[in-house]
Structure formats: C-alpha cells, structure tokens
Design a binder for this molecule. Structure first.
Ligand SMILES: Nc1ncnc2c1ncn2[C@@H]1O[C@H](COP(=O)(O)OP(=O)(O)OP(=O)(O)O)[C@@H](O)[C@H]1O
Ligand SMILES: O=C(O)C1=C[C@@H](O)[C@@H](O)[C@H](O)C1
Ligand SMILES: [Mg+2]
Length: 161
C-alpha cells in the first residue's frame, strides 16, 4: 500500500514520514526531494526561477512516477492545490493536523519555507483546509511528540488491517 502524508508547510510530513517508513519497513519518498532530484534544483530556487506553476507541474509529474507499493510518500504542502493530483494518490492519504501556532514555533529554528515569505500560515490554511479534507482519508494530530504521532498512525494501520 502507498501511504501519503499531506498537510500544511511545516506540519511534519517529512520528519514523521521518514520515521514511520523505517518503523513499518516501507520505502520512503519525499516528494519535494524527488522534484529536486529530477530538476537538479532546490525547490525554493526552482520556484524563484520558474514560478510556482512550473513547480506544480513538476510536482504532479514526480507524483505520477511513483509506482512502487509499500512506500510512505511525504508530499509538499501544496499538493492539494491541484485537485487532479488525488487521481494519482491511490492508497491511504493521511492529513497531519497541527495548530498553526505550533507550526510557527517549530519553524523558528528550521529553514525558511518559500511560500511562507508570501503568505501567512493562517492565509494558506484558509485557502487549503477544505482541500486537505477533500484529499484525506484520515486526520492524525502531530501537535505532540513525533513518536506519539508515528505510533498513532501505526495503531490506525493495525485497526484497518
Ligand atoms: N511532533 C513534532 N514535535 C516537534 N517538532 C516537530 C514535530 N514534527 C515536526 N517537527 C519539526 O518541525 C519542523 C518541520 O517539519 P518537516 O520539515 O517534517 O515538515 P514538512 O511538513 O515536511 O514541511 P514542508 O511542507 O515544508 O516540507 C522540523 O524542524 C521538524 O523537526
Ligand atoms: O505549501 C506549498 O505550497 C509548498 C510547500 C513545500 O513543501 C514545497 O512543496 C513548495 O515550497 C510549496
Ligand atoms: Mg517536507
């Protein structure tokens, strides 16, 4: 099965995804990382140089490239901006739910997200929350510790078996 993690920039998709994959012995793909590998550019460079629409095209192409099973895919925060992307996400889509205030705190010590130089987290959330819900099969909170979140996902997967 493919497991997709979606959510706001800084929600913890990459961090949680990597640990989850390791714990359940799945491969791990960071979609932003795949776009970077394909384009040989960092996502922020790519967006700055070619614009967000070009980035979205490359993101959809990267998504379509994933044909393996037993993989955890951490998506970019804006994967839901192209509604058609859902077509290429067969498997389980998990929305990582985090309060914006908590994201703000966590990102103080992390690298600058390009989209967050243009929009506030609240603006992005207002624009996207319905889309996240449209895509998601299940919501899992990542307000607490990372291991707590990973364990909640694993418990949920056990119940679904
Ligand atoms: N549960 C948590 N507790 C504390 N810090 C966390 C937690 N989850 C993630 N973080 C931290 O929050 C920051 C953002 O996490 P991460 O890069 O995984 O988010 P992301 O959803 O992949 O963001 P993006 O959409 O920009 O790729 C990192 O510094 C990470 O270590
Ligand atoms: O929220 C967004 O639109 C983005 C989030 C990042 O993960 C990257 O995919 C890119 O910077 C766009
Ligand atoms: Mg990430």
């Amino acid at each position: 099965m493919k497991i997709f993690l979606i959510g706001m920039p800084g929600a913890g998709k990459s961090t949680v995804g990597r640990i989850l994959a390791e714990k359940i012995a799945y491969n791990f793909i960071d979609l932003d990382g795949l776009v970077e590998k394909n384009s040989l550019m960092f996502t922020d460079e790519l967006i700055e140089k070619y614009g967000i629409n070009k980035f979205r095209e490359l993101e959809t192409e990267a998504l379509q490239e994933i044909n393996e099973e037993n993989v955890v895919v951490s998506c970019g925060g804006g994967i839901v901006e192209n509604r058609n992307n859902k077509t290429f996400m067969s498997g389980l889509i998990i929305y990582l739910d985090v309060d914006n205030k908590i994201i703000e705190e966590r990102l103080k010590t992390d690298y600058q997200r390009p989209l967050l130089q243009e929009y506030t987290l609240d603006e992005l959330y207002t624009k996207r929350f319905l889309l996240y819900q449209h895509f998601a099969d299940i919501n899992i909170s990542n307000n607490k510790e990372i291991n707590n979140t990973v364990d909640s996902i694993i418990q949920m997967l056990e119940v679904k078996k």
